[in-house]
Design a binder for this molecule. Structure first.
Ligand code: SAH
Length: 504
């Protein structure tokens, strides 16, 4: 079976802007050939065993020539591999995808082209610039500041484009901006023509600038903007101040660390990302099902417990996985009453279509035990506490003090993640962050245990500390972490608000 090469547009940077087709191919391919414009997050989608080949194309720094890249594609496909050649933006817009396709065609290698969101479209959208507008522009031109990054000379007839009207989008134009603008001015384009520059569009590093044709070359130097950036010239550029949305989000430009432990972090990360933050997820602890604990001693008496108590969403997840493996009818859970330590855990139970009978006001073990004991006397009542392999003693101790008969059912285990080569940990060590969030005291413990893998290097920004609740804050202070904000409400929403309040 001959292999195939897929020339795939990786979009401008934000992984959310990759096509479904691209994602599907990245997930399935045997080899992934990529360069520096492709977001490293996309590499995580590959299957185990997929070979990732960096063909680092950076201006002035050419690791592998175009010819060599084409050779890699041909050779691998001929060996029967499914090869994804990931290219920033769209493969057929200033990406030499045309040359690669020609070579594949010539060598009889089957191929497919998957378009992507090209940088000009992305830059315009994320800087709030409509490329066409009934009042201002009815055409768009895509130009390149230099055709071939290896040959630093320009072939575009800028003089002609000074007279075509409409919107001009210049790729790879940063190196020659002064020369380009001078030629456009000389050919008659007004010095007052609005010009926008959008660097690292769609990523948390995006920066943009609005100027005029006469001033933009100097303004660019002053602002320190450089490649990769698209220069947008035309009346529409001035609309960016009116309809900018991306850089105006409240947490834009802030890097926030989400320390992941037992709690599901995705909800917190998603909320912070939506507000514009660059989120670094540090998975301090890994959670896995406790396979040794099968529940065989628990299942026969499941229906006889008075209370079923969950202390984390992971507990809920793994309990029901085990439960459904054993039973095919939800009614086998019996008439037991259900208590949860906090709202996030309760939500996980409700997703199982079960009603939660008790959630304490404060999401900590002590409050859960107190609330249970206040609800009714537990003397000689049986309670099943679903747990992991840590942090269960307080709750069980308190319930036993109240004379309940408590069984613990450990359904998952937590272990330290290997952070030595982890990309988020590396970024944290190298350049730090603006804030670090802790959603539980066990996350603080995980952070301490991982401390040697997280030591900030010289020049790394020291983050402000944000705690979800009093117990987490206390644990942070104990180990010497600053608590700059404490969430008013012990929930993910409360934590997000606390982060926002750092910069209100
Ligand atoms: N095939 C790519 C273009 C590759 S040429 C595409 O369709 O987008 C490289 C140039 O693309 C850069 O010099 C810059 O002008 C532009 N570019 C790529 N990614 C960009 C980004 N995230 N923000 C702004 N410009 C970008």
């Amino acid at each position: 079976m001959p292999g195939k090469v897929y020339l795939v547009g990786a979009g401008p940077g934000d992984p959310g802007l990759v096509t479904l087709r691209a994602k599907e191919l990245i997930e399935r391919c045997d080899a992934l050939v990529y360069d520096y414009l492709a977001n490293p997050d996309l590499l995580q989608w590959t299957k185990v065993g997929c070979e990732k080949i960096f063909v680092g194309k950076q201006p002035n720094l050419h690791a592998i020539s175009q010819e060599e890249i084409e050779k890699i594609l041909v050779k691998r496909a001929k060996a029967g591999e499914s090869v994804v050649r990931l290219k920033g933006g769209d493969p057929f817009v200033f990406g030499r995808g045309g040359e690669e396709a020609e070579t594949l065609q010539k060598d009889g290698v089957p191929y497919e082209i998957v378009p992507g969101v090209t940088a000009a479209l992305a830059s315009a959208a994320y800087a709030g610039i409509p490329l066409t507008h009934r009042n201002f522009s009815s055409s768009v031109s895509f130009l390149t500041g230099h055709e071939d990054p290896e040959k630093h000379e320009m072939h575009v007839d800028f003089e002609q484009f000074a007279t075509v009207g409409g919107t001009l989008c210049i790729y790879m134009g940063m190196g020659h901006l002064a020369e380009i603008t001078a030629r456009l001015l000389k050919a008659g384009l007004s010095g007052e023509t609005p010009v926008a520059i959008v660097q690292w569009a769609t990523t948390p590093r995006q920066r943009s600038l609005l100027s005029t044709l006469a001033k933009v070359a100097t303004a660019k130097e002053e602002a320190g903007l450089s490649s990769p950036a698209v220069v947008i010239i035309g009346e529409v550029a001035k609309l960016s101040t009116k309809i900018g949305w991306f850089e105006q989000r409240p947490l834009f430009g802030r890097r926030v660390v989400v320390t992941r432990s037992r709690e599901q972090a995705s909800e917190l990360s998603a909320a912070l990302t939506m507000l514009g933050a660059e989120v670094l997820e540090l998975p301090l602890i890994e959670v896995a099902e406790d396979a040794e604990s099968t529940g065989e001693d628990i299942w026969p008496s499941l229906g006889a417990y008075r209370w079923l108590v969950f202390t984390s969403p992971n507990g809920v997840k793994y309990f029901f996985e085990k439960f459904h493996r054993k039973f095919d009818d939800l009614r086998c859970i019996g008439g037991v009453r259900i208590a949860c330590v906090g709202e996030t855990t309760a939500q996980a139970v409700r997703e199982q279509r079960l009603v939660v009978d008790l959630v304490p006001d404060e999401a900590v073990s002590e409050s859960l035990a107190e609330a249970l004991l206040r609800e009714e006397t537990l003397e000689n009542e049986t309670v099943l506490v679903v747990t992991g392999n840590r942090n269960r003693d307080v709750l069980i101790g308190k319930l036993e003090e109240g004379r309940a008969i408590v069984d613990a059912f450990p359904v998952y285990r937590t272990e330290l993640t290997d952070l030595s080569g982890h990309p988020a940990a590396t970024r944290f060590r190298d350049s730090g962050a603006d804030a670090i969030t802790f959603a539980s005291s066990s996350a603080v413990d995980g952070f301490v245990q991982q401390a040697k893998n997280l030591l900030p290097g010289p020049g790394a920004r020291r983050p402000k500390g944000v705690a979800i609740g009093p117990k987490t804050a206390a644990r942070m202070r104990e180990i010497g972490l600053p608590v700059d904000r404490l969430a008013k409400q012990s929930s993910i929403e409360g934590l997000v608000k606390a982060v926002q309040s750092l910069w209100d």
